[in-house]
Design a protein around this ligand. Structure first.
Ligand SMILES: C[S@@+](CC[C@H](N)C(=O)[O-])C[C@H]1O[C@@H](n2cnc3c(N)ncnc32)[C@H](O)[C@@H]1O
Length: 293
C-alpha cells in the first residue's frame, strides 16, 4: 500500500446529505445523473464511475496514449504552460481527480525547469485509490518522491474533507479530464472556490464541444467506433471506454460550463474562445479558467 491520506467518510456523507436535502426541498422528484448515455440514480453514479477507474487504472496511461495518439500529452503540456506555475514564486497547488499524476508531474517539472523552483507543492486528490496507486508508483521514479513537493489523498472532489483541505489555502486548483465524471459539477466548483485563496486560479482541462460540423462528425465516428474497440483489444474492457466516450458527449458545452464557473463565484474572461475558455484542436479539448475574487 502507498501512503495516501484517507478521510473519514462521515463528514463527507453528512455534507452530501445536507446538499441533497436542500436540493430536494426546492426540486421534488427522484434525483438522477447521467452515466454516459444512461440515466442512473444520483447515489449510484459514484460507484459506477469508481468501477470504471478501478478497471482501467493499470492500463490508463497506455490507453490514453493509444486512443489519442499521444495528443493528450500536448494538451496537458499546453494546459500547464498556460498556468506558468512558479512564475510568481512557489505555489501551493491541488490537482483534483489527479489520477496517475500527469498534471502534478508537469506542474512540478515546469516550476523547476523554468524557474528553478523546488518549493512548489502539489496535492494529488482522487476518489480512486487504484489510480492514485499508479500515480504513486510513477512518482517513485522521480526526484519528487519522498519530498514535501507531492502527496496523494483519496477524497471526493465534491466534498473535500475540510479538516485537511481548508478554506482559502491554495494558489492553484487544477482538474483535468475529471470533472465530467463527477455527479455534481456545481458541488465540485463550490469546493474549488472554497479551498482557493482569494486571487487563486481554478483551471480545468476537459473534453468539450467540437463546433465545426465536419470535424464533429469525423470525431464522433472515431470516438464511438475506434475507442471502445481499442478498449477491448488493449485493456479487455469495452464498457469502460464506451462510458468514457459517452460521458464526453454529456458534458456541457463551453459557454454553459463557463456560466457554471461564474455561478460558483469565479470571474472568467469574456464568453468566447480566447476569453473564458481556450479551445484545443477545435474544441475536442478545452481549457477553462476562473479566478476567485
Ligand atoms: C480520466 S481520469 C483523469 C486523470 C488525470 N487527471 C489525467 O488527466 O490523466 C479521471 C479521474 O477522475 C477521478 N474521479 C472521478 N470522480 C471523482 C470524484 N468525485 N472525486 C475525485 N476524483 C474523481 C477518477 O477516479 C479518475 O482518476
Amino acid at each position: 500500500m502507498f501512503p495516501v491520506s484517507r478521510f473519514c467518510r462521515q463528514s463527507v456523507v453528512l455534507r452530501r446529505w445536507a446538499r441533497r436535502y436542500a436540493h430536494t426541498e426546492s426540486n421534488a422528484g427522484p434525483k438522477t445523473a447521467s452515466f454516459g448515455f444512461k440515466t442512473v440514480k444520483e447515489e449510484e453514479k459514484e460507484d459506477l464511475v469508481k468501477n470504471v477507474f478501478d478497471s482501467v487504472a493499470t492500463s490508463y496511461d497506455l490507453m490514453n496514449d493509444a486512443t489519442s495518439f499521444g495528443v493528450h500529452r500536448l494538451w496537458k503540456d499546453e494546459f500547464v504552460s498556460s498556468l506558468n506555475p512558479g512564475k510568481k514564486g512557489p505555489m501551493k497547488c491541488i490537482d483534483v481527480a489527479g489520477g496517475t499524476g500527469d498534471i502534478a508531474l508537469r506542474i512540478l517539472d515546469h516550476a523547476r525547469e523554468k524557474f528553478a523552483d523546488r518549493e512548489t507543492t502539489v496535492e494529488v486528490v482522487d476518489i480512486n485509490g487504484q489510480m492514485l496507486g499508479e500515480g504513486y508508483k510513477r512518482f517513485k521514479k522521480t526526484m519528487y518522491h519522498n519530498t514535501p513537493q507531492v502527496s496523494f489523498h483519496e477524497a471526493n472532489a465534491q466534498a473535500l474533507p475540510e479538516a485537511h483541505f481548508q478554506d482559502n489555502t491554495y494558489d492553484l486548483y487544477t482538474i483535468a479530464f475529471g470533472i465530467r465524471n463527477c455527479t455534481s459539477i456545481p458541488s465540485v466548483l463550490e469546493e474549488a472556490y472554497r479551498v482557493l485563496k482569494p486571487g487563486g486560479t481554478f483551471a480545468c482541462l476537459e473534453f468539450s464541444k467540437v463546433n465545426n460540423p465536419l470535424m464533429s462528425m469525423l470525431y464522433d465516428q472515431y470516438s464511438f467506433s475506434v475507442i471502445p474497440l481499442l478498449g477491448t483489444i488493449l485493456a479487455g474492457d469495452r464498457d469502460s471506454y464506451q462510458y468514457l466516450v459517452e460521458s464526453i458527449r454529456k458534458f456541457p458545452p463551453q459557454p454553459e460550463f463557463a456560466k457554471m464557473i461564474r455561478d460558483a463565484g469565479f470571474t472568467t474572461g469574456k464568453d468566447e474562445d480566447g476569453g473564458a475558455w481556450v479551445d484545443l484542436w477545435g474544441g475536442i479539448a478545452c481549457i477553462h479558467k476562473g479566478v476567485k475574487v
